[in-house]
Each structure stands twice: as C-alpha cells, then as structure tokens.
Write a protein of this length. Structure first.
Length: 151
C-alpha cells in the first residue's frame, strides 16, 4: 500500500534581490485565513488545473496545514483515494518593496500543486515531499491580493 500525506503549508517571504544584501528576510505566516472548496473523483481532480473552473459555492474556512477537512495535520490516507481542493485567501500587502522579491513559499503540499495570484498563474509543482516556492513579485500589488492554490 502506498501512503501519501495530504496537506498544504504555506508562507510568504520577502527577500532582497541582491545577493550581497545584509537585509534580513521578512516572513509572513499564511496558515490562517484560507477558504477551501474540496473536490473528489477524477473529474474534480482534473478541474484543479483550470482557474476558470474555480467553484463559486461550497467554500468553508480552514487553516493550513490541514487534511482538507480541517481535522488535523498531515493525516495519512491510502492511495488511490482521489481527493483535492481549491484554497483561496486574501493577502494584504501594505507595500511591495522596491528591490526585493516576494516569494510564495510552500513547506509541503499535496502532490500536484498549482498557484495563481490576482488571476495570473505563478507556478506548478508536482513533488509534495520537498519545500518549493514561486516568485510572485511581478503579480502582487499594494493592498489586497487574491491567492488561489489547487492541490
């Protein structure tokens, strides 16, 4: 039996774009404030690749990391159970610092993960066991930003 962890764990890091900068990284924990619209079955899983199929209804509050139902952290389930979901939240940035990069950092996520910020696709990852990040500097703006993640 193959076992997988189903979870998402995410944060935001602001770093200097200069390798020689001694300026410390600024980190923002994004574990709270998410909404989840779960999907199941192959049709639901296929929908996760297309932002146009983002559900209008069925959203509920959730914190991450979670297992889709908010009941715990990194629950293990037996493959080939096919579940996934859409996650969304607002990200309020008072400013977008000049000369610094804004990275959406995932410490873990379930298998195939896709992310959009303000309707623009920012990245894809298909290996859940390692941390990964997407540079979202070009798509964020001061004020509210819409972050959508599917996995």
């Amino acid at each position: 039996m193959i076992r997988f962890a189903l979870a998402i764990w995410v944060g935001l890091t602001v770093v200097s774009s200069s390798a020689s900068s001694a300026e410390p990284r600024q980190r923002i924990d994004l574990c709270d404030g998410w909404q989840l619209a779960p999907v199941s079955g192959w049709d639901g899983i296929r929908s996760l690749s297309d932002l146009a199929r983002l559900p209008q209804n069925g959203w509920r509050p959730v914190s991450v990391p979670n297992v889709g139902d908010g009941s715990g952290y990194f629950r293990i389930y037996a493959h080939p159970e096919e579940n996934g979901g859409w996650y969304r939240r607002k990200l309020n940035l008072p400013e977008v610092p000049v000369g610094r990069r804004v990275l959406l950092h995932f410490r873990a996520a379930s298998y195939i993960t896709r992310a959009w910020v303000n309707g623009r696709f920012v990245g894809y990852n298909d290996f859940h066991a390692a941390p990964f990040e997407f540079d979202i500097t070009a798509v964020v703006r001061p004020g509210d930003n819409d972050v959508v993640v599917s996995c």
